[in-house]
Design a protein around this ligand. Structure first.
Ligand SMILES: [Zn+2]
Length: 446
């Protein structure tokens, strides 16, 4: 009788999770327009190291499969999300609420589809290279999700977090007037390990910091790319996946910029990658808390209201005096007036929550979320059992907290036009997001 009980217990522990991890190389095979920085089109000149899509599929005891995909990309657009979602559902049976699509916000990757489209003005040849690359990326999303699901096998999951000091609140780094801004950062390095016995299959780790250590003409994954490379060398056979958390207002600092500084900047990005990888390694060799299933998921959408935009007659009056990106922005607003009669007064804002058993919650927000959201939700739901990430779904815009909005500056106010939005958000922005998160947290309690 004792033997039977033991066997049953052992079987139930091992059957609790099935996990599969996979990666797909998305390094461009030709010179392509580089993403992330506006202004003059930058065509890639070399590959520093490969860039990747990586997927972790988790099948819990309930039989449902959830998939997290991370990407060494600057972000995705609604158009891209629709294509990837459709394939995930139709080809792999993964429902939208069980698919989280995070991007590292890599600024040394190719442009895809219509992401940050107002930044660029391409020649037909540059646009064609971008389109060829985008088609490859769609195929690779499909491939990596399929491969992760195909490799599902009994596994154990565990969680713990470390700390790394690379992130600095970048709002303080923009001249004397910005020194009044706060220095808030989240330097937590959350880590989930996926093991089959002693075999480390996947390492999922996160950090709240822009991947902007580099700004040259090479393809690479910035500091997050170096960290992933480093971890996959340290733990052969593992897939190391970087999740961008709430790094909207953080940069890796110091940075090296200027002509002929590519080598020095690369060396610095590599060092930041070493630091982050070491923080993750220390977590992995320490004691982690087992993560239990099932994963209870919820997805919801709120709307973020925009302040009034510039009137049509003023846009028309000012546009002849503009060039480059400001001109494209104004022309975009004029087109909106002409098409819809006005500029849209709100944007859709999806939120996802994955709650793991009773012990741990993964909150996935949309867009360039500032650090206050990470700090706020961890304070509300637990510093050591809550993982908050932005940079999921549509790259959308910067997503300021009420504090950042009121302070002004790039992340709260002046960065909105370049995302095609008519004005900053209203002062309801933080409240809207918080209410949606609270609702989904309640919906995922058993
Ligand atoms: Zn950004």
């Amino acid at each position: 009788m004792k033997w039977i009980l033991l066997i049953l217990l052992t079987t139930s522990v091992h059957a609790a999770w099935q996990a599969g991890a996979a990666k797909a190389d998305i390094t461009p095979t030709e010179s392509v327009p580089l993403a992330g920085y506006g202004g003059k089109t930058r065509m890639s000149q070399r590959v520093e190291h490969a860039i990747w899509l990586k997927a972790l599929a988790l099948k819990d005891a309930s039989g449902a499969t959830s998939v997290l995909v991370t990407a060494d990309l600057v972000g995705l657009s609604d158009k891209m999300i629709a294509v990837i979602d459709k394939n995930a559902l139709e080809k792999h049976g993964v429902a939208r609420e069980r698919l989280i699509l995070n991007s590292s916000h890599n600024h040394s990757c190719p442009v895809t589809e219509d992401v940050l489209w107002l930044y660029y003005e391409f020649t037909p040849e540059e646009a064609a290279a971008k389109d060829r690359y985008t088609a490859m990326v769609y195929a690779k999303y499909d491939e990596v999700i399929g491969k992760a699901i195909a490799s599902l096998a009994p596994s154990e999951l565990a969680f713990e977090q470390g700390l790394a000091g690379v992130a600095v609140n970048r709002r303080r780094s923009r001249g004397p007037e910005s020194r009044a801004f706060g220095g808030q950062v989240d330097q937590d390095v959350p880590v989930i390990t996926v093991k089959a016995g002693n075999d480390l299959k996947a390492i999922v780790f996160g950090y709240s910091c822009h991947t902007t250590a580099l700004g040259g003409l090479s393809i690479n994954g910035d500091y997050a790319g170096f960290a992933q490379l480093n971890l996959e060398k340290l733990f052969p056979g593992s897939v190391a996946m970087f999740v961008q958390n709430c790094g909207g207002d953080a940069n890796p600092l110091p940075r090296i910029r200027g002509k002929n500084t590519d080598t020095e900047a690369t060396s610095l990005a590599s060092k930041y990658g070493d630091i982050l990888a070491e923080a993750v390694r220390q977590v992995i060799v320490g004691t982690l808390k087992p993560l239990n299933g099932p994963i209870r998921v919820a997805i919801g959408e709120t709307e973020l209201e925009l302040q009034p935009g510039i009137p049509l007659d003023e846009l028309k009056q000012r546009v002849p005096n503009l060039t480059g990106m400001p001109k494209r922005e104004f022309e975009h607003f004029i087109r909106q007036y002409e098409t819809f009669g006005s500029t849209p007064d709100r944007v859709k804002y999806p939120v996802q929550v994955w709650r793991f058993g009773p012990d741990f919650t993964f909150i996935a927000l949309t867009g360039e979320t500032v650090v206050d959201y990470s700090l706020k939700f961890k304070a509300a739901y637990g510093w050591n059992n809550t993982w908050v990430c932005g940079y999921n779904n549509d790259l959308l815009s910067y997503v300021p907290s009420l504090r950042v909005l009121k302070e002004g500056g790039y992340e709260g106010v002046t960065g909105m036009f370049e995302y095609g939005h008519r004005a900053p958000y209203t002062e309801t922005v933080e409240e809207r997001i918080t209410t949606k998160v609270e609702e989904l947290m309640k919906a995922t309690v058993k």
